[in-house]
Design a protein around this ligand. Structure first.
Ligand code: GSH
Length: 205
């Protein structure tokens, strides 16, 4: 492995999961920093991530990226040769950004609300998985059609956080389950999935 060009601030099964999987799929050198929930809350970490949120991604010049969707956009374009996202400016890229932000803005927030036991949040999250499932049934098998992309990794992260359980989402939404199953079979992802403890369905929730 060459010189590390990124530093991933990572907590098991938190929002860094999708970025961790993407870095491994891109096969770029990076430093992985496992954090405890206490370290995430520390003033030191706020210097990197102003709201104290995971993921954060350290860059080669010492600056730090925040926001998981921004990292996915950046990494897929910075390492375009790995084909984990469409070429910027193309219509496929327009759809890539639409779905990425649909997942990071709507679904990620719904997970947080549903995790607090809110019935409206649970209903909203399930409705959103239903929308993604219908999209996959019509245009799949992957979020961008025939091409596997970083979107599928992001969707996988959301399935791990499925409410009331990962199993419930996979049972209700078969096209989503198909993406999840595919992610678990990708050779470059085996180590990260094991490290997060999500190599088996239902291991997280
Ligand atoms: N919009 C942010 C959300 C990140 C976020 O909410 N991260 C959670 C973990 S999944 C977090 O770090 N929470 C801080 C805490 O619980 O102390 C992103 O997409 O990166």
């Amino acid at each position: 492995m060459g010189a590390e060009i990124y530093t991933l601030y990572n907590v098991k099964c938190w929002g860094s999961l999708a970025v961790h999987l993407l870095l491994d799929e891109l096969d770029v050198p990076y430093r992985n920093v496992w954090m405890t929930p206490e370290q995430v809350k520390s003033p030191d970490f706020r210097q990197l991530s102003p709201l104290g949120l995971i993921p954060a991604l350290g860059l080669a010049d010492g600056r730090t990226m925040i926001e998981s969707a921004a990292m996915v956009s950046f990494l897929t374009t910075a390492h375009a040769d790995k084909s984990m996202g469409p070429q910027p400016g193309t219509l496929n890229h327009a759809m890539f950004l639409s779905w990425l932000h649909f997942m990071s803005t709507n679904m990620y927030a719904s997970v947080d609300v549903a995790a607090g036991g809110d019935a409206w949040g649970l209903e909203k999250l399930n409705r959103e998985h239903g929308i993604v499932n219908a999209h996959l049934q019509k245009h799949g098998p992957f979020m961008l059609g025939a091409s596997f992309s970083a979107l599928d990794l992001y969707l996988f992260m959301l399935t791990i956080w499925g409410k009331p359980k990962e199993h419930a989402i996979l049972d209700a939404y078969p096209a989503v389950a198909n993406v999840s199953q595919h992610v678990r079979r990708r050779p470059l992802l085996a180590a990260a999935l094991k490290a997060h403890g999500v190599d088996q369905v239902g291991a997280y929730g």
